[in-house]
Ligand binder design. Structure first.
Ligand SMILES: Cc1cc2nc3c(=O)[nH]c(=O)nc-3n(C[C@H](O)[C@H](O)[C@H](O)COP(=O)(O)OP(=O)(O)OC[C@H]3O[C@@H](n4cnc5c(N)ncnc54)[C@H](O)[C@@H]3O)c2cc1C
Length: 485
């Protein structure tokens, strides 16, 4: 009998646990440890953040689903990993702290045979002074944050209806943030709602971003097929914003946010400020801060994790200049190189480097997006880790053979406005592969047959389909596994 412990019940962890439970005989135990009792379809938080959906529409309780599926669920956060056991516990284990009302604060050690770390990001608001919902800006990174953002938006719209003008600042709250797609989609939705509420004429929407050019999206920009023509996401994004009268500030590192003012440095080294009435700014991400100890209780956190807290996997972490980066630097199996029974998936794994070209301002401040690990790759990688562990258990196969390199898989980004059936429109971009491979695709780094962009109602329907389809799948309803990740 083996016990597989999955840390985190987000997009990648929940996918991994679901496949492990489906494909492994019942004598093996699947344990999920996650601090939140609910699963959240994070992409739809954007709609919650503009008041088009409620948190209940994008979340559900995991307990009953796991009970039915035969997965052990512990509402707790992992604190430390002991991959060699300790002086008193011979097997590897994870130290956890319960977060449910009934057992809040209780600590427990959970032994494992295999471990998948899918703890996602720490929303690192502290990296920018005054950033975040507890301080001076709003967020849509959790359903609760998004709900608070919708409340503030409603208040701002009410003042506009009474005749006041308002500046909306949307974008990245730090020079090293990722998730530009979410910020872009929020700006898009904001435009839609302000028009719907008939106050757009009183609004100025400003998009602030750490991207060198709009449409970089942390992927170094993408050449896409659009309506039979080849264009760049820079042109695509700029024209979408221009049509909606959204202005933009690019190459910006927001370093301080006050109640109605943001301060930023640009790549040229200038320091500027902008006043706002409403600001939704995405924080940078870090690992959740798990510690690791060896059998002698010595701190080996640096063996398992890179300094920003993401877990080391089978990537090439050698420091080398941008010109020497290769698609093959990216991990394939997501196995930890030191402890072969540990894997990391989704945002929790440490990428070898960014995808966008690294840039520094004349003051030495890094200003460029860190690499995205969006929903589709996170789920695919989660499933991939599960398949490798299943092989290891079933066939004693210590060398994983299932691979899911981000240089070999694609992603879809659908920025959609309005949650109604006929009232929406979407900018949809599919990219293959996510990490450009200039050896395989020398001209643009990507396969243009599968890399395209469209704007219209069809993409909006796809987004709605994804919303309902993924929630159906995540609830493990009949034939959930037929739906692709
Ligand atoms: C606003 C927004 C919109 C987005 N829109 C899109 C989109 O349209 N399309 C797309 O593809 N991607 C989108 N993304 C990205 C997508 O949500 C992420 O790629 C995806 O959620 C990553 O999955 P994950 O499992 O790595 O992390 P998460 O889904 O964040 O899951 C992490 C899990 O770990 C748990 N956890 C945290 N700390 C611990 C701990 N110490 N111990 C145990 N568990 C822990 C968390 O509670 C959570 O359950 C969006 C992201 C945001 C923020």
């Amino acid at each position: 009998m083996s016990r597989i412990v999955v840390l985190g019940a987000g997009i990648s962890g929940h996918t991994a646990a679901s496949y492990l439970r489906k494909l492994l005989p019942k004598e093996h135990e699947v344990v999920v440890i996650s601090p939140n009792s609910k699963w959240n379809w994070i992409p739809s938080n954007i709609w919650v953040g503009v008041g088009e959906m409620e948190p209940e529409d994008v979340t559900f309780e995991l307990g009953p689903i796991y009970k039915k599926a035969g997965i052990v669920f512990k509402q707790a956060k992992a604190i430390a990993i002991y991959p060699e056991g300790s002086s008193t516990i011979s097997k590897p284990f994870v130290q956890i702290e319960h977060t449910s009302k009934e057992s809040f604060g209780n600590q427990e050690n959970i032994e494992y045979d295999y471990l998948i770390n899918t703890t996602g990001p720490k929303l690192n608001f502290e990296a920018t002074q005054g950033l975040g919902p507890e301080k001076n800006s709003l967020s849509v990174c959790s359903a609760q944050h998004a709900k608070e953002t919708a409340k503030e938006l409603k208040k701002t719209i009410e003042t506009m209806k009474k005749g006041k003008n308002a500046v909306f600042l949307v974008g990245t709250g730090h020079g090293q943030s990722t998730c530009q797609g979410a910020a872009f989609e929020y700006a898009f939705n904001l435009d839609f709602i302000l028009k719907k509420e008939k106050v757009k004429d009183k609004a100025k929407i400003v998009y602030i971003t750490n991207e060198y050019e709009l449409g970089d999206f942390g992927m170094g920009g993408v050449h896409i097929k659009n309506g039979g023509y080849l264009t760049h996401t820079k042109t695509f994004t700029e024209s979408l914003f221009t049509e909606r009268n959204v202005s933009w500030i690019k190459r910006a590192h927001v370093y301080k946010v006050e109640p109605n003012k943001a301060y930023y440095e640009t790549l040229s080294g200038n320091h500027n400020e902008i006043e706002f009435d409403f600001a939704m700014l995405i924080p940078p991400f870090a690992g959740v801060g798990l510690k690791a100890y060896n059998k002698l209780n010595e701190d080996i956190t640096q063996t398992l994790f890179v300094p920003n807290g993401f877990m080391k996997v089978d990537a090439d972490y050698t420091q080398k200049p941008y010109e020497e980066w290769k698609a093959s630097d990216w991990p394939k199996t997501y196995q930890n190189p030191t402890y072969k029974n540990i894997f990391a998936a989704g945002i929790a794994f440490a990428p070898p480097h960014s995808i966008s070209k690294p840039m520094k301002s004349s003051n030495g401040t890094p200003i460029f997006p860190t690499p995205p690990r969006t929903g589709m790759p996170s789920a695919i990688i989660g499933r991939n880790c599960a398949l490798n562990i299943i092989d290891m258990i079933k066939y004693g196969n210590q060398t994983p053979k299932h691979t899911a390199s981000m240089a070999e898989i694609g992603a879809a980004c659908v920025a959609s406005t309005g949650a109604g059936f006929f009232s929406g429109t979407a900018a949809s971009i599919t990219v293959y592969p996510i990490v450009p491979d200039f050896e395989k695709y020398p001209e643009y780094g990507r396969d243009l047959l599968y890399t395209f962009g469209e704007i219209g109602l069809a993409g909006h329907w796809i987004k709605l389909l994804l919303h309902y389809g993924f929630i159906y799948k995540a609830k493990l309803k009949p034939f959930w596994f037929i739906l692709p990740e």
